[in-house]
Design a protein around this ligand. Structure first.
Ligand SMILES: NC(=O)c1ccc[n+]([C@@H]2O[C@H](COP(=O)([O-])OP(=O)(O)OC[C@H]3O[C@@H](n4cnc5c(N)ncnc54)[C@H](OP(=O)(O)O)[C@@H]3O)[C@@H](O)[C@H]2O)c1
Length: 197
């Protein structure tokens, strides 16, 4: 996901108006449309929380389009939400069982779109191989954190850093398998899945 430098993915009320910033980083790279297209093609399916889905629906209603093409989208929810296209499927329940039992055998690359509740759940359950974290050149003071309710340390390996002309810094981390609660010895976790965030 994209976050403010102080670690928020949206304002408390869900607004993401601050994602558009006017910064310019002279030495930065430009986003290559060919690379973006190939990257999006490599994604097998998307998984998102219900609040992120509701934001996507509201963007579409405002004429801002649908960012997920015709790829399957699994929306986690315990509520009855509108299903606006055939590619959307709802799921409620054990996320680890769903990802490992149903999604991993079917898709090579599973993209966790967010938001903070789902990315926290995904890390807690040991389902992520990779975390993609883009920092925007802004501080917003308060909001929805990138990872909600992490109850342990998650050690990471920095695999890639890119600074863009827009002032955004894109970080890619691989998730290490060992985790520990604060003040405890490291303990093994569930096998790592193929998810990203
Ligand atoms: N900056 C970015 O790149 C970025 C990216 C993605 C999202 N966002 C923003 O993040 C905000 C939403 O994040 P959020 O943390 O508030 O919510 P979220 O993670 O999108 O959705 C959380 C909700 O998903 C449902 N859920 C989660 N796990 C479930 C499970 N295992 N089974 C059934 N339902 C489950 C629950 O809702 P129910 O009540 O429906 O059961 C839960 O309240 C939005 O404002 C969105 O725009 C920003």
């Amino acid at each position: 996901m994209a976050a403010s430098l102080d670690g928020f993915i949206a304002r408390k009320d869900g607004r993401v108006d601050w994602l558009e910033t006017a910064d310019e980083f002279a030495g930065g790279e430009t986003m290559d449309p060919g690379f973006v297209e190939a990257f999006l093609k490599s994604i097998g399916c998307y998984v998102m929380g219900s609040r992120t889905y509701e934001t996507a629906l509201s963007f579409e209603a405002k004429g801002l389009g649908w960012a997920y093409g015709d790829k399957p989208i699994f929306v986690l929810t315990s509520r009855k939400l509108p299903r606006t296209r055939d590619t959307v499927e709802f799921y409620s329940g054990d996320l680890a069982q769903f990802v490992n039992g149903r999604l991993r055998p079917a898709f090579r690359s599973i993209w966790f779109v967010g938001g903070g509740v789902v990315s926290g759940e995904c890390l807690r359950l040991g389902l992520a191989d990779e975390v993609r974290y883009s920092i925007l050149p802004i501080l917003i003071g308060d909001g929805i954190p990138f990872f909600e309710k992490l109850d342990r340390d998650v050690t990471l390996h920095l695999a890639e850093v890119k600074g863009y002309k827009s002032g955004m810094v894109a970080l890619c981390y691989e998730v290490r398998t060992e985790m520990k609660r604060p003040n405890q010895e490291p303990e093994p976790t569930a096998p790592s899945g193929r998810g990203s965030s």
